[in-house]
Design a protein around this ligand. Structure first.
Ligand SMILES: Nc1ncnc2c1ncn2[C@@H]1O[C@H](COP(=O)(O)OP(=O)(O)OP(=O)(O)O)[C@@H](O)[C@H]1O
Length: 697
């Protein structure tokens, strides 16, 4: 609608503008007349030849061209020509007579008379012409006056037309302006119109979409409705069925109500019984709580007693572990003879199971474990021939804090050590040694294998310490742990976690008498955040550890290794703090010189000598500690006799808890070495080194 009216307005405006432009053309045609001015002779307009005629009425009569009289003299001819041109009426021509033939004097008189006549005629003619000319002049004057009047009329009309033209021009300008405005408006309207159209089209599309969606919804609703109808139909059928069922249920309810009444009576009786039982239960629960409380108190007492027992035992404990016999033990000892006697079953060099069992039995030393209850005893037997040729049977019995048989697992061994390892979180210095000859299983006990089952005491103890530290967090304890791993080889300290070359750097052992802390200069002390980190450190150290081949063990470690875990704890709730350390020492092989095969090799000889020196220094320290514990308070403890004892000074004093794990080889060939170790361990076990003290603030 709006657009229709807009276009109509636009069309009418256009038409008006065209009419004005047409009107504008009219005065322009008349301008030609005006241009002529009053001094110019009037010319008919080329554009509109009839316009003047129509406007001014009759035009001037056309001037008739007079015919020239046939005059003989040139003067007369000119005069005549002038007269003829000025005369509109044709002159009255006198009849021209033919010229008379010359004659005599009479004839000349006659001729004069003729001339006079002719002159008169001419005179008359001239006067006639003049009269005619005068009449013409009068007529022309009148005509001129008429023309002038016409011209002034034309001028007036020209001025009027000029004014009209000016008006028309100004009107045209105004109309053009209007036209421009109108065309602008028209454009605006057109744009708005286009916008409205596109909006309407978008609206339309949207509506179309909505309509489609509504149709889709409608279709879905219709299908829903159909389904609902089906459901209603089904429900109606169910209701009908249930109405029938209800009837039978009502009958059943009647029967059940009767039953319920009977049950109610029964229930009342049970409630009475229940009240009695509740009282009994309450009493029992009270008793359980009392017992639990007693059990907790008992546990605390047990722990205290356990600690007291440990303290009374003198805080140096000895475990003995016999390793199982290995295939390599049998093969190395018997393989050559087995091959020569044809006992090898296949070409791979492995004996058959029966042969293996027999070889095993042959290789085994006579070791027995008679204490099946407490596992504290080990008996070693040997038969030998006396000088008189009689068979001599020897038997040695040893008692330790715990004896582990060859089949004992790493977990079982750790079970006994865990309490000790845990004490370092309470601020104790704990020291665990693995002592024994080469190949007796010291490294296996301390470091163990790569799997969870074969993991040794070091990773297990570290894991335990981390676990306990984590548990104690709830009681306000925050622990910081750091570790170092050292090796003492030929009385030289090497940093197993360092980067430098072995035996090059000089590391010094320092003891702080105030804090009781032992430090070693220039060694890597690694902050520990997880047990897995410790495993990485162990394998790093393993790679660096000096390993030299000896006859006793192809991978024999000829150095002592000392892993130290230092733990510092602070209790934010109680303000307590403590500092403990856990030293796990894998001692070098304790075998005698001739057994190690080192006597023939200078380097091996030096190694063995320094190992023996440090082990005997360890024995001396323990013995001195024992004497001191027996009352000789001024007894000098020779810690400085070896790097090992000096390093472990603070963990070997009365302030620490010490455990020695004696590792034994099960082989009969190692029996003498085993007996030496057992005797040394017994000495240690019989030593009391005083009471361990917590390092708490
Ligand atoms: N309880 C055990 N169960 C199974 N194998 C063991 C056990 N103890 C030791 N072994 C094995 O016996 C061999 C020697 O053990 P290990 O290297 O630990 O002896 P060692 O006393 O540390 O020797 P060294 O003094 O040369 O370090 C190793 O192959 C080890 O795996």
């Amino acid at each position: 609608m709006a657009s229709g009216s807009t276009s109509t307005t636009a069309n009418s405006l256009k038409r008006k503008a065209q009419e004005n432009i047409g009107a504008d053309l009219q005065p322009r045609k008349l301008a030609a007349i005006a241009e002529g001015g009053t001094n110019q002779p009037l010319r008919p307009s080329k554009v509109a030849p009839n316009a003047n005629v129509n406007r001014l009425g009759k035009g001037p009569p056309p001037l008739t061209k007079p015919r020239a009289p046939a005059l003989t003299s040139s003067t007369t001819t000119a005069a005549t020509r002038r007269t003829t041109r000025a005369t509109s009426a044709p002159p009255k021509t006198a009849p021209v007579r033919p010229p008379a033939r010359p004659a005599s004097r009479t004839t000349s008189a006659r001729a004069t008379a003729v001339h006079d006549d002719r002159f008169d005629v001419l005179q008359q003619q001239i006067s006639g012409i003049e009269a005619a000319r005068a009449a013409d002049a009068a007529r022309l004057d009148a005509e001129l006056a008429q023309e002038r009047a016409k011209r002034s009329d034309l001028q007036a009309s020209h001025e009027a037309l000029s004014r009209e033209l000016t008006n028309a021009k100004s009107q045209e300008l105004a109309q053009r302006k209007e036209l421009f405005i109108a065309s602008d408006e028209l454009n605006t309207l057109r744009q708005r119109h286009e916008r409205e159209i596109s909006e309407l089209q978008a609206d339309l599309r949207k509506k179309d979409r909505e309509l489609r969606e509504l149709n889709e919804d409608l279709r879905m609703y219709q299908s829903d409705l159909e389904r609902e109808r089906e459901t209603v139909k089904g429900l109606k059928a169910t209701i009908a069925q249930q109405a029938t069922a209800q009837l039978s249920l009502t009958a059943q309810i009647g029967a059940m109500q009767a039953e319920k009444a009977a049950f109610q009576t029964e229930y009342d009786r049970t409630v009475g019984t229940k009240a009695d039982l509740s009282i009994q239960l309450e009493r029992a629960q009270k008793r359980i709580a009392e017992l639990e409380c007693e059990a907790r108190e008992g546990e605390t007492v047990r722990r205290k007693l356990h600690n007291m027992v440990q303290e009374l035992k003198g805080n140096i404990r000895v475990f003995c572990r016999v390793r199982p016999i290995l295939r390599s033990d049998i093969l190395s000892d018997k393989l050559v003879s087995s091959v020569s006697s044809g006992h090898i079953s296949d070409g791979t060099g492995s004996p058959d199971p029966e042969e293996e069992a027999r070889l095993r039995d042959d290789a085994m030393a006579l070791i027995a474990f008679p204490d099946k209850l407490d596992h504290k005893e080990i008996v070693v037997r040997a038969s030998s021939e006396s000088a008189t040729g009689q068979e001599r049977k020897d038997e040695w019995q040893f008692t330790f804090d715990k004896v582990f048989e060859p089949h004992s697992s790493q977990a079982e061994v750790f079970e006994e050590i865990s309490q000790l390892a845990q004490s370092c979180t309470d601020g104790y210095n704990v020291c665990v040694f693995a002592y024994g000859q080469t190949g007796s299983g010291k490294s296996f006990t301390m470091e163990g294998g790569q799997t969870q089952t074969t993991a040794g005491m070091i990773p297990r103890a570290v894991e335990q310490v981390f676990r306990v530290a984590d548990e104690l967090k709830t009681k306000g304890w925050q622990y910081k742990m750091e570790g170092q791993f050292l090796e003492i080889y030929n009385e030289t300290i090497n940093d197993l976690l360092g980067k430098g070359e072995f035996d090059k750097k000089k590391h010094e052992i320092k003891h702080d008498p105030k804090t009781g802390r032992t430090t070693v200069t220039d060694v890597n002390v690694v902050p520990l955040s997880s047990p897995s980190q410790v495993r990485t450190l162990l394998s790093l150290a393993q790679g660096r550890r000096t390993v030299a081949a000896t006859l006793m063990n192809e991978r024999s470690s000829r150095s002592h290794s000392v892993f130290t875990l230092r733990i510092r704890g602070e209790n934010t709730l109680t303000g307590e703090s403590c500092e403990g350390s856990l030293n796990l020492v894998d001692l070098a092989g304790s075998e005698r010189l001739e057994k190690s095969g080192a006597a023939s090799d200078k380097d091996r000889l030096r190694e063995t000598q320094s190992i023996n020196k440090s082990l005997s220094a360890l024995g001396d320290v323990i013995a001195a500690l024992g004497e001191k514990g027996e009352g000789k308070s001024d007894k000098h403890i020779p810690y400085r006799n070896s790097k090992l004892t000096y390093l472990l000074q603070n963990s070997l004093s009365g302030n620490s808890k010490t455990l020695m794990v004696l590792n034994l080889s099960p082989l009969a060939t190692h029996l003498n070495e085993s007996l030496c170790s057992l005797r040394f361990a017994t000495k240690v076990n019989n030593t009391s080194i005083g009471t361990a003290k917590k390092q708490t603030k």
